[in-house]
Design a protein around this ligand. Structure first.
Ligand SMILES: Cc1ncc(C[n+]2csc(CCOP(=O)(O)OP(=O)(O)O)c2C)c(N)n1
Ligand SMILES: [Mg+2]
Length: 406
């Protein structure tokens, strides 16, 4: 964004102070824990000082990450096309296309299988379907849920903005901006209280910086040294406003330094870079060394909500968004970000590494497209909720003892 269009309160001094703080914070942190990492001869390095953990993953796991990115991408594209072409389709979404590498890289570093008491928990936002897929939710059931079907993941009650699947530790989306952060620290507190090595992760956008929940979650996470990771997906905009309108920091990660929390800024378009920083944060949390903050620089290809400005069969939205009440994004900015596409970057890296060849990458994409098409087809056959279902799950069954009165 052009500096001259930023609000007057954003002085260079304000911008600079937190950044140097962050650097000092990082150096302190590096002095305390980084020596071991930097001495290791077996590790390549990314971003200058982050161990390249992704290099140590098995080929199967790497291909799995590529497959997850594609699943998110084709879920998005298929749903966008449904919304644009099928008048019967009732689902909607805040599309995540463009940001797939963030959810995928973070969730690849988490424990996603096993009993509920042992898996890591992920909390999401109003843009949850990418996080849900990366955490491992059942995609056909999620498609049914997004279309308000009775056999959907949450019985058709949740739809996109309240998706949840405790079986894989996807605790849920949240339509409100902010509250999921302190709730996630609550889970992290429970893990610590129970002596569990589980980790709680929350995904939030650049728009969460200006909420009280952002600051309260970080403060408490540090005070209590919680196994908590804040993944801030900075896609530059909250709804239609650039983040510089509500945040004085260029790198929002700078704010974590004020709470004494180690932070990393990472290229959110490169799934392996995201994995590198996520692994470092997860290891720290599991070892009892407290919270971390990750800021992933990324971009969404569609407009804030739904598919205005998009064309069926084409990735992204470039046209005018009638919902944009302040400003909307220049088409060239969208197209420039699309040149650093997370699917292309993951594919190129794995082909360069010899993990798969171009034909193999192509056939994985064909398989994933078919899998997603089947998921939507299955969902479309599912029964809708009935009006009387609205009264289910309102009151607890049976008597509720008034425990507070003894
Ligand atoms: C407390 C609250 N205020 C306002 C809104 C309306 N709202 C929905 S999404 C959004 C912007 C969120 O931006 P960001 O956190 O950057 O996430 P992104 O949409 O970019 O993924 C706003 C203001 C809301 N849902 N909750
Ligand atoms: Mg945003």
């Amino acid at each position: 964004m052009d500096k001259t269009t930023r609000p007057a309160a954003h002085t260079p001094d304000l911008d600079d102070a937190p950044r140097s703080e962050s650097r000092r914070g990082f150096l302190k942190f590096a002095a305390a824990t980084g020596a071991v990492i930097s001495m290791s001869r077996t590790r390549a390095f990314a971003n200058g000082d982050i161990a390249y953990h992704a290099k140590e993953l098995s080929d199967d796991k790497l291909v799995d990450m590529y497959r997850t990115i594609l699943r998110i991408r084709w879920h998005e594209r298929t749903q966008a096309d449904e919304m644009l072409t099928n008048p019967e389709y009732r689902g909607y979404n805040h599309f995540y296309a463009g940001q797939e590498a963030v959810a995928t890289g973070v969730c690849a570093a988490l424990r996603n299988d096993g009993p509920f008491e042992q898996i890591d928990l992920a909390y999401s936002s109003h843009r949850p379907s990418g996080h849900a897929i990366a955490k491992g939710v059942d995609i056909p059931k999620m498609c049914a849920e997004n279309d308000f079907r009775a056999t959907g993941l949450n019985g058709g009650y949740a739809a996109e903005m309240h998706l949840s699947d405790p079986d894989v530790g996807f605790i849920g989306a949240d339509g409100m901006i902010g509250p999921s952060m302190p709730i996630a620290t609550g889970s992290a507190f429970a893990f610590r209280a129970r002596g569990s090595d589980q980790v709680a992760v929350v995904f939030g956008g650049d728009g969460t910086y200006a909420t009280p929940h952002f600051h309260s979650a970080l403060n408490n996470a540090k005070l209590l040294d919680l196994p908590f990771i804040y993944v801030l997906e900075n896609n530059l905009y909250h709804q239609y406003a650039h983040y510089s309108y509500s945040c004085p920091h260029k790198d929002i990660a700078s704010a974590a330094a004020a709470y004494g929390i180690p932070s990393r800024v990472v290229d959110g378009q490169d799934v392996f870079q995201v994995y590198n920083v996520a692994k470092e944060a997860v290891d720290r949390a599991r070892a009892g060394d407290g919270p971390s903050f990750i800021e992933a620089k990324t971009y969404r290809y569609y407009n804030h909500w739904g598919a205005p400005g998009a064309t069926a069969g084409e990735l992204g939205a470039f046209g005018y968004d009638p919902l944009a009440i302040t400003s909307f994004r220049p088409e060239r900015e969208v197209r420039a970000w699309m040149q650093r596409d997370p699917v292309d970057i993951a594919r190129k890296t794995l082909v360069d590494w010899g993990v798969m060849d171009a034909a193999g990458a192509e056939s994985i994409e064909t398989e994933v497209k078919a899998e997603i098409a089947d998921a939507f087809a299955w969902a479309a056959q599912q029964p809708f909720c009935q009006p009387e279902d609205g009264l289910k799950n309102v009151f607890a069954d049976g008597a509720v003892p008034a425990r507070q009165f003894g």
